[in-house]
Design a protein around this ligand. Structure first.
Ligand code: G1P
Length: 288
C-alpha cells in the first residue's frame, strides 16, 4: 500500500456566496481570526504528513500561491525593526522548496473536473483532497484521521457527518452498509439529493483520501448534479473496486463558504485563543 504524501486543494471557485468581498479577492484568502482559510487547510495537510501540495487555481487566485512564497521585502523590513515574533510566524509558513505545484482549471466545470485537472500531479499515488471552505476544529487534524483510516482500510475514505435531512441537497450523501459508529461502509453515493430521495443523512464534508483510480472515471467527463462534473459520481464508480469507507471524524466542521458558518468559525476559533478569549467572551455579552 502506498503511503499518503500528496494533497490537492481545489481553489478555483468563484466565491459568489461571499460577494462583494470576493470580487477582487480569492475566497480562500478570507481570514478566520488572523489566518486565511487556505492556510488552515495546508497546515492541516502538513500535520498529516503530506509533502506535496497541488493547488487547482483559476483566474484571480495568484494571492493564494504568493501567500506560501517568501516575502523578501517584508522579511527584511521586519528584521530591521526587530519584529522577531512576526518573522518566526512567516518562517513557519514557508514551504519546503518545490513542494507546491499549481494547475489551472480554466473553466468552472465542477469539483470533479478540478480534481481531474491535477491528474499529472496525482499520477498513480493515493491523495488527499481538502476543500478550504470546510474548516475543521479537532484534536487530531481531520486529514490525519483520514490518513489513519486509509492505513487501516487501504482504500478510499471520506470524512462524514450527519446533517439535518432538509439539507441533504447541499452535500454528497452516503448509502450506508455496515457501520461500527466510526467507520461506515459506503454502498453508494449521491450528489445533492432532495431530502425525499436521500439514502441517508450522512454527508461528505470537504476532506477525502482517494486512490488514483478515480481519475479514469473523471476523465469520462460525465455531467451530474448542476450539470457539473461531480467528484461524488466518479467516487461512486469506485465502490466495489476498492474498499470505500466514510469516517465519522472527531471534531467540529464550519462551513466557511456560508456567511453564518464563517461568522461562527470566527467566534469559535477566537474563543480557542488564550490571548483573545476573555475579550471575546466579554463583548459577546452585549449581543445575547
Ligand atoms: C462539494 C461536494 C459535496 C460535498 C461538499 C462538502 O460540494 O460536491 O459532495 O458534500 O463539497 O463541503 P460544494 O460545497 O462544492 O457544492
Amino acid at each position: 500500500m502506498k503511503p499518503l504524501r500528496k494533497a490537492v486543494f481545489p481553489v478555483a471557485g468563484l466565491g459568489t456566496r461571499f460577494l462583494p468581498a470576493t470580487k477582487a479577492m480569492a475566497k480562500e484568502m478570507l481570514p478566520v481570526v488572523d489566518k486565511p482559510l487556505i492556510q488552515y487547510a495546508v497546515d492541516e495537510a502538513r500535520a498529516a504528513g503530506i509533502q506535496q501540495f497541488c493547488m487547482v487555481t483559476g483566474r484571480g487566485k495568484t494571492a493564494i500561491v504568493e501567500h506560501f512564497d517568501i516575502a523578501y521585502e517584508l522579511e527584511a523590513t521586519l528584521r530591521a525593526r526587530s519584529k522577531n515574533a512576526e518573522l518566526a510566524m512567516l518562517r513557519e509558513l514557508q514551504m519546503p522548496p518545490g513542494s507546491i505545484s499549481t494547475v489551472r482549471q480554466q473553466e468552472p466545470l465542477g469539483l470533479g473536473h478540478a480534481i481531474w485537472c491535477a491528474r499529472a500531479f496525482i499520477g498513480d499515488d493515493p491523495f488527499a483532497i481538502l476543500l478550504p471552505d470546510d474548516l475543521v476544529m479537532s484534536n487530531v487534524p481531520c486529514t490525519q484521521q483520514l490518513a489513519d483510516a486509509y492505513n487501516e482500510t487501504g482504500g478510499c475514505v471520506v470524512a462524514v457527518t450527519e446533517v439535518p435531512r432538509a439539507q441533504t441537497n447541499r452535500y454528497g450523501i452516503l448509502d450506508i452498509g455496515s457501520d461500527d459508529g466510526r467507520l461506515v461502509e459506503v454502498r453508494g453515493l449521491v450528489e445533492k439529493p432532495k431530502p425525499e430521495d436521500a439514502p441517508s443523512n450522512l454527508s461528505i464534508i470537504g476532506r477525502y483520501v482517494l486512490t488514483s483510480g478515480v481519475i479514469e472515471h473523471l476523465s469520462r467527463m460525465e455531467r451530474g448534479a448542476g450539470n457539473e462534473v461531480q467528484l461524488t459520481d466518479a467516487m461512486a464508480k469506485m465502490i466495489g473496486q476498492v474498499p470505500f469507507h466514510g469516517l465519522r471524524y472527531e471534531g467540529r466542521r464550519f462551513d466557511c463558504g456560508d456567511k453564518i458558518g464563517f461568522l461562527e468559525a470566527q467566534i469559535a476559533f477566537a474563543l480557542k485563543r488564550p490571548d483573545m478569549a476573555p475579550a471575546v467572551r466579554e463583548f459577546l455579552k452585549h449581543y445575547t
